[in-house]
Design a protein around this ligand. Sequence first.
Ligand SMILES: Nc1ncnc2c1ncn2[C@@H]1O[C@H](COP(=O)(O)OP(=O)(O)OP(=O)(O)O)[C@@H](O)[C@H]1O
Ligand SMILES: [Mg+2]
Length: 336
Amino acid sequence: MQPVILAIESSCDETSASVIQAGKVLNNVIASQTVHQKYGGVVPELASRAHQQQIYEVVNEAIDKAGIKLSQLNAIAFTRGPGLLGSLLVGVSFAKGMALALQCPLIEVNHMEAHVLAHFIDAPRPTFPFLCLTVSGGHTQLVLVNDHLHMQVIGETRDDAIGEAFDKAAKMMDFPYPGGPLIDRYAQQGNPTAFSFPQTQIPGLDFSFSGIKTAFLYFLRDKKKAEPQFVELFRNDICASLQFHLVSMVLEKLKLAAAQTGIKAIAIAGGVAANSELRSRLRAQADKLGWNVFIPEFQYCTDNAAMIAMAAHYKFLAQRFASQDVAPVANLAIAD
Ligand SMILES: Nc1ncnc2c1ncn2[C@@H]1O[C@H](COP(=O)(O)OP(=O)(O)OP(=O)(O)O)[C@@H](O)[C@H]1O
Ligand SMILES: [Mg+2]
């Protein structure tokens, strides 16, 4: 059977819906929430309210654009976690309501597995097994992907995520939220070797970003003591140097994981995979080490329902359905 599935994503601050038919994503409707900008980060209470206000329109638009009738849907998929509980609840409840009304099965999707499976939306698709470096606002993981349904986290951050390090550093420089993309933009005109930051030594495949966050705070404090306009005067060089440091940290671990596993099929996923320096240095590293790299389209890096739909497609084929008593889980882990 070639299923038609509606997928809903509401784990953080994007309300998104997508329809997938026979494994082909037909659309990817995303309503971003602007309400958080003035607070410098996502406010969970406001995020859940915005999902409530947007979800009906977003789902309707996805169904309309797909040109299908509700009765054609073979399943309703949703993000179960990880994410903000109040945000997840909106998507889970909406999906349950639809599945009940349409008398069709439910499919729960792990958001972090979906970030990895975003690679199967379009060609070129990775071959198994491959390694995926997932770098997002809430996670930094090295995932060994054996097939669409079986993956294992072989390294992850012990504290903050890389996206959080980008956003917090941006906030320290008074950039609007989310600051990651702005650091990327300013860095393109800066010198990556203008400033250096201390190296964090974590053994094995795990990461740590809390040290660089603190080091950057003290770096700015000390520089501003000598020159109050330091950030304004050296903005591009600061961004380039910090970005160079953060990207080096993840590429080092990726290199180690590839050497340890002997795997040369390498993918990146998650919001920070949109970073231009990570993308270009990964390509350069791939040329040097003979890797075959897979870099997703920008629209499939940050949160989107197309990746949830893709993950749901494989679960449907394996007949892995959820029951009506399923509940969201804020820190849902990837299960092999
Ligand atoms: N070009 C870029 N350079 C650096 N960081 C970026 C860029 N584009 C987006 N980001 C960062 O990506 C993050 C958002 O990614 P994503 O939407 O995948 O995270 P999330 O959904 O909040 O977290 P998670 O997926 O772990 O639950 C933010 O931290 C944002 O700053
Ligand atoms: Mg995400």
